[in-house]
Write a protein that binds this ligand. Structure first.
Ligand SMILES: Nc1ncnc2c1ncn2[C@@H]1O[C@H](COP(=O)(O)OP(=O)(O)OP(=O)(O)O)[C@@H](O)[C@H]1O
Ligand SMILES: [Mg+2]
Length: 484
């Protein structure tokens, strides 16, 4: 079990065409300096910033979901945590220990991928126990009296010498570059490594011997995992004899028996059909409850994110958009992207102008109609938008927060029904405010008698109105209701 800390993590993939010696690190430093001017991820001289300034504290035992559209950097981030991908810049700590340079196998992390990657010629049992059989566990060496045996750690010294060599190599290259900040980082890193080398060369530390796990211990571990996953009957089967869901269970079992501090799951369910996905989703949530280990789960499916995560990280183009609980993401999206990404059907966005008038906020819609909303009932709005002037903003409201009125009541907006979709439990109405304007969606639980072309009067539930700045797309509202 472990907590994680991600501090200013960047991933830059070097461009293939660039002739520069160390483009990766130079580009990071440049980007860091230009942070404010360049909010989005960019391609520069062939380098590609896949993850930009990722910051997060993950508590022990949390179920974190990374969600976002394809290519937003979810896999890259999780692979950096696993150690399968170098961290270009920033710090990754597991239980307070810096692990940037720790090998994947020494990070106490298990990863499950979309492809199960089971060995086809091995049975389920053999697949699960394979890594355990290879693994040697450290045992503290003790003398006859039971006192710890201390020795100079030659392996550690060798590792440190190699790292120093690598930094020296980078430094040599940096000499002809203009980046003083980068050189400073390298010099500091070299000094720290040399310090460690001096310590380990002079100081005997606890010595370890390495032992394989006993057969009985391995069997007990496999049984334990098989029982939790409900795969005891499958242990003698080979992958080809199993369904996708069963194979993914075996892959989960293989991760579980290693007793990792952190589970990383990268779209583990995307090879399964919809029904199986839903049931496996539940299984994984149950597994998390049982194991109480930290889980980090990657998906591009917002429904999966909402139902599984204790906290969700929404990403776009390598940049974290919001880190929050599922309900907070739904109720208080920080920007238009999050608002549109979380929730199905997608939130409606209206181009409106707003103007404070006494205790009301007057909102004018594209069809020219103005509705006055009680400022006391809306979520708090940033002062600068309440200066009595008119401001062009984006109004967001979800389909379920639009009410269809049977008559023209006060505060209603006129619209025209374009299409009606009856889904059984709900009905979706697609409406327009103006002839050539965009469609908006309304979800109602009852079946309505409206037909295409009918006039519909709608009202917006004021407590569920979201307002975003048109340019920055950031929310201009806070989480509390009422305006001063
Ligand atoms: N080895 C690589 N070299 C160069 N660019 C890469 C490399 N791996 C990934 N990228 C780029 O980095 C970006 C992030 O990729 P990543 O795989 O993290 O996305 P993702 O969020 O997991 O997407 P998906 O949902 O499609 O799996 C993408 O634009 C991708 O093209
Ligand atoms: Mg991916």
């Amino acid at each position: 079990m472990a907590g994680l800390s991600l501090k200013h993590i960047y991933k830059v993939y070097p461009g293939r065409t660039t002739a520069k010696k160390h483009p990766v690190k130079t580009i990071i430093n440049k980007i860091k300096k230009k942070e404010e001017q360049k909010p989005a991820v960019e391609k520069r001289s062939g380098n590609f910033v896949a993850v930009k300034d990722f910051n997060m504290e993950i508590e022990d035992g949390e179920f974190i979901v990374f969600v976002g559209p394809s290519g937003c950097g979810k896999s890259t981030t999780i692979r950096m945590i696993a150690g399968l991908e170098d961290i270009s810049s920033g710090e990754l700590l597991i239980d307070g220990v810096l692990v940037n340079d720790v090998a994947p196998k020494d990070r106490d992390i298990a990863m499950v991928f979309q492809s199960y990657a089971l060995y086809p010629h091995m049975t389920a049992q053999q697949n699960i126990e394979f890594a355990l059989k290879l693994r040697k566990l450290p045992v503290e060496k003790k003398d006859k009296e039971g006192n710890p045996i201390l020795a100079i750690d030659k392996k550690k010294i060798k590792e440190l010498k190699e790292k120093i060599k690598a930094v020296e190599y980078d430094l040599e290259d940096a000499e002809d570059g203009e980046d003083a900040e980068y050189k400073q980082i390298l010099t500091a890193r070299k000094a720290a490594l040399e310090n460690d080398l001096k310590y380990y060369s002079e100081t005997p530390v606890q010595a370890y011997s390495y032992k394989h796990m006993s057969k009985a211990d391995i069997a007990a571990k496999v049984q334990w995992a098989a029982k939790i996953l409900g795969i005891e009957e499958l242990l003698d089967n080979k992958p080809a004899e199993m369904s996708g869901g069963q194979r993914q269970r075996i892959a989960l079992g293989r991760a579980m028996v290693r007793g990792p501090k952190v589970f990383l799951l990268d779209e583990p369910l995307s090879n399964l059909d919809a029904k199986l996905r839903a049931s496996m989703r539940l299984e994984i949530v149950k597994l998390h409850k049982e194991l109480k280990t930290t889980f980090i789960y990657v998906t591009h499916d917002q429904v999966e994110a909402m139902t599984m995560g204790t906290r969700i990280v929404v990403m776009k183009l390598g940049v974290v958009q919001q880190i929050d609980t599922p309900t907070n993401l739904y109720d208080f999206p920080d920007n238009k992207f999050v608002a549109g990404f979380i929730g199905t059907p997608q939130m409606n966005f209206f181009d409106v102008s707003i103007k404070k008038y006494g205790t009301k906020l007057k909102i004018t819609f594209a069809n020219g109609q103005t509705v006055g909303y009680d400022l006391a009932k809306l979520r708090g709005i940033k002062e600068e938008y309440l200066d009595g002037e008119s401001h062009e903003v984006t109004l967001g409201v979800r389909g379920e927060h639009i009410k269809v009125e049977s008559t023209k009541v006060a505060g209603c907006i006129d619209s025209t029904l374009v299409v009606k979709e009856v889904l059984g439990n709900t009905t979706q109405l697609f409406i327009k405010l103006t002839e050539d304007g965009p469609d908006y969606i309304i979800c109602v639980s009852e079946r309505t008698g409206y037909e295409s072309g009918d006039k519909i009067y709608i009202t917006l539930k004021e407590q569920n109105i979201h307002l975003f700045d048109k340019e920055t797309e950031l929310s201009i509202m806070n989480r509390e209701y009422g305006n001063n």
